[in-house]
Design a protein around this ligand. Sequence first.
Ligand code: PLP
Length: 433
Amino acid sequence: MTDDVFVAAQKVMPGGVSSPVRAFGAVGGTPVFAASASGAYVTGHDGREYLDLVGSWGPALLGHGHPEVVEAVQQAASRGLSFGAPTTGETELAQLIIDRVSGIEKVRFTSTGTEATMTAIRLARGVTGRDAIIKFAGCYHGHSDGLLAQAGSGVATAGLPGSAGVTTGAAGDTIVVPYNDLEAVQAVFDTRGGDIAAVITEAAAANMGVVPPDAGFNQGLHRITKANGALLIQDEVLTGFRVSDAGWWGLEGREEGWTPDIYCFGKVTGGGMPLAALGGSAQIMDHLAPVGPVYQAGTLSGNPLAVAAGKATLSLADGGVYSHIDSLADQLAQITTTHLADAGVPHRLQRAGSLLSVFWGEDVVAAPVKNYGQAQRQDTTMFTRFFHAMLDQGILLPPSAFEAWFLSAAHTRSDMDRLDEAISVAVTKVSGQ
Ligand SMILES: *Cc1c(COP(=O)(O)O)cnc(C)c1O
């Protein structure tokens, strides 16, 4: 039955999907077509219920369809779907963001994380008058031309160096260096310092599997960019308001006493609706039109339904939510490593706050995975077998070894017991006998 819907979808959409990783290309088989979702559970088109660790790839911090978020969206919808005029809700959501994170005085809303990072790059170029940017191999910043070089997420899953259709011009202004390698960054600045508008990085890398920044790495980027008149863009589209009340910055920059020049947010910030944002000092942000010369716009930017979902989500995401998710992540990590070790499966589980993922196989056992080259040494066929053994037991994991597992405030202790049971079975299928 589900096969039929996939066949029908593939007839009218490339791969049958609106975003590549959803197609299960890396793990094979038929994707789960979602019919509804509530709390920690997704119900498939065929009526089967799954315990969900995808969380819409991050936004579902409170669980799916939180009643107060849905209510806020319904109320907003009853007042009109889109106006193309400013609303007071945007001011309120901007203020909620500003209150959580230091270094932001002004915010621009977009509909997707891709637009937020793309705009951040253009803004950095407009502010500095320089062309080149530095990004890290394995970091994903959405699908704009200049940021697809050696990107993580779906590009990593498909094993591609980048994307067809990106001009050499667009790619040529992007300098790619290994993640967690401050010396490589310094070396680029030593030779081309005057050309570099910005360094963009995931605040904690989680699109090549979870690869946390080494202690001092982000702070080092802050120091090097400052010394060279370049901007530091921290992409917190995934980590923002997920790993703490103030995102990854709340776990690191807040302690160390520094802020990036531009932050990008998405996912949790829109509470499951299409909304993302970038923010920074007024001095930087006022380079954006209509105040400044850097153009950026969007018919649906700051959409009132998305703003309502974002406001409700951030208002509900209090300390209790983060400590609950942190303790679930501790428990899931413990369960997973214990069963994998008991079954003799070579692996390495990595964490960045409440985000976690497993790297598979002998080649990742010796030392922590610190960059994309090391992440790519994992044996994804082991993950594929694990993934399907979990799916057979009604557990939905992200269908790629290069993606983080997402928990939510709606996951419970009894969900953890179910995961414990399922993982104890799945680890016995990994070796493929
Ligand atoms: C998801 C993601 C993006 C892109 O956001 P979209 O809303 O999918 O365009 C950018 N950066 C990071 C770190 C992400 O995880």
